[in-house]
Design a binder for this molecule. Structure first.
Ligand code: Z5A
Length: 212
């Protein structure tokens, strides 16, 4: 636990079903009467949402991977100071759609940036703060891309190629293997009903909810 609160992050690659399952997680927390805030990265504050737009918008200029990384952490520093840390200090559950594990996956795995640079920024921006629980929605690239393909226009990340998404997935799975106490891998290739059963069981256990 961080202070009195609990920091829960949800991660996954393309078409893993984060948005769909976030709605379900919020319903679970509401039913259990657990006080929480829901937020996202990049974003979560006015400034950080503006940085999100800079990051996601398609542009003619090629974005240097290091510039992308620094923007991600600039947004995170603001988000931590304004939203995440105060909520944890108030004893709330902070439910965050993506966090630094996404940086290891997308900028470390996808963009192949030096991981020690990410570790250094993580330490400087977050200190010792890490998620208490990360739900990693894991799905094959084929299934994920087929699902994501049903959506509208693609953003700057969604336009990447299969090799990029493979590296992202591998990096997420490597993080989960390295930090088994933090991560719960959810098989997001299954039916929505089965996925949500897995999520509910992990959440209830982590939050000590007995009356599921
Ligand atoms: N990024 C980064 O590079 N570095 C960082 O540090 C951070 C982020 C924090 C924006 O993220 C981008 O930011 C992201 C990485 C980068 N790039 N990408 N891509 P985002 O989280 O805002 O965007 P997203 O990845 O597109 O997430 P999403 O909108 O939640 O999409 P999703 O996971 O695909 O979820 P979905 O829309 O709920 O599901 C997709 C479809 O599949 C939808 O039609 C569902 O009905 C369907 N679905 C979902 N689950 C199932 C199951 N189980 N069966 C069948 N169909 C399903």
């Amino acid at each position: 636990m961080n202070s009195q609160g609990c920091f829960i992050t949800v991660e996954g690659g393309e078409g893993a079903g984060k948005t769909t399952n976030m709605t379900f997680i919020k319903q679970c927390l509401d039913n259990w009467e657990v006080p929480y805030i829901h937020t996202r990265e990049p974003g979560g504050t006015e400034l950080a949402e503006q940085i999100r737009e800079l990051l996601l918008n398609k542009r003619d200029e090629k974005v240097a991977p290091t510039a992308e990384l620094l923007l991600v952490f600039a947004a995170r520093a603001q988000h931590l100071a304004e939203v995440i840390i105060p909520a944890l200090q108030q004893g709330k559950v902070v439910l965050c759609d993506r966090f630094t594990d996404a940086t290891y996956a997308y900028q470390g795995g996808g963009r192949q940036l030096d991981v020690s640079l990410i570790q250094d920024l993580e330490q400087r921006v977050q200190g010792t703060l890490r998620p208490d629980l990360t739900l990693l929605l894991d799905v094959s690239i084929e299934t994920g891309m087929a699902r994501a393909g049903q959506r509208g226009e693609l953003d700057r990340f969604e336009q990447e190629n299969i090799a990029f998404f493979n590296r992202v997935r591998e990096a997420y799975l490597a993080r989960a293997a390295e930090y088994p106490q933090q991560f719960a891998i959810i098989d997001a290739g299954k039916s929505l009903n089965e996925v949500q059963k897995q999520i509910k069981s992990v959440l209830a256990k982590r939050l000590n909810i007995s009356n599921e």
